[in-house]
Design a protein around this ligand. Structure first.
Ligand code: DX5
Ligand code: ZN
Length: 221
């Protein structure tokens, strides 16, 4: 497994040319496609669903698709995303009635499963489910929009979660989402993250490869 994964958030891509945008960012060296699903209920924005995920697969996208569900309720959309070609499905525990059940549903559908923590969501949701997690995603902005600034308190939360992963002895990815840029990715990695979502930092620049290369050279320091 790669040490560090770069996962561009297609929230900042040009939706009118989505297939091409995803193909381009993968050709530029991205590892994973981060797919933000917003429902105008759990979060104040509305994006894309399983049909778009399936369309990307039909377009020929082979890379892992990391579906970040910002929806409530969670369970009924999980099988649809699994059928549509999702590789990883993460959800916000406070949006699910039964966190353990939702994790089981994701695993049973053949996907990797993860929990997402908003900046003010406590970590106690991890207490009894570490054995079911493939990914833990910490939000470093409040969910709903791209282009926000990284909340510095997330660094300490990353260190706490990294320690919990070490204590568990399990191979769990620690993903960070929100305000990740070339100039802060190094300190975010030092705090324990190993999977980096970046939307505006990548899609906001004309040369995706230049940004991804710059991120990798920060990570190599
Ligand atoms: C926010 C989304 C993020 C967002 C990140 O709710 O979950 O994935 O697209 O965008 P940037 O990298 O621009 O902060
Ligand atoms: Zn996201």
């Amino acid at each position: 497994m790669k040490d560090f994964l770069i996962a561009p958030s297609i929230l900042s891509a040009d939706f009118a040319r989505l297939g091409e945008e995803v193909a381009n960012v993968l050709a530029a060296g991205a590892d994973v496609v981060h797919f933000d699903v917003m429902d105008n209920h759990y979060v104040p924005n509305l994006t894309i669903g399983p049909m778009v995920c399936e369309a990307l697969r039909n377009y020929g996208i082979k890379a892992p698709i990391d579906v970040h569900l910002m929806v409530k309720p969670v369970d009924r959309i999980v099988p649809d995303f699994a059928k549509a070609g999702a590789s990883i499905i993460t959800f916000h525990p406070e949006a699910s009635e039964h966190v353990d059940r939702t994790l089981g549903l994701i695993k049973d559908s053949g996907c990797q499963a993860g929990l997402v923590f908003n900046p003010a969501t406590p970590l106690h949701y991890l207490d009894y489910v570490m054995d079911k997690l493939d990914v833990i995603l910490l939000m470093s902005v409040n969910p709903g929009f791209g282009g926000q600034s990284f909340i510095p308190g997330t660094l300490d939360k990353l260190r706490q979660v990294r320690q919990r992963i070490i204590d568990s002895g399990r191979d769990i990815r620690l993903e960070i989402d929100g305000g990740v840029k070339v100039d802060n990715i190094g300190e975010i990695a030092a705090a324990g993250a190993d999977m980096f979502v970046a939307g505006s930092a990548i899609f906001g620049k004309p040369d995706y490869q230049a940004v991804i290369d710059a991120m990798r050279s920060e990570l190599a320091k």
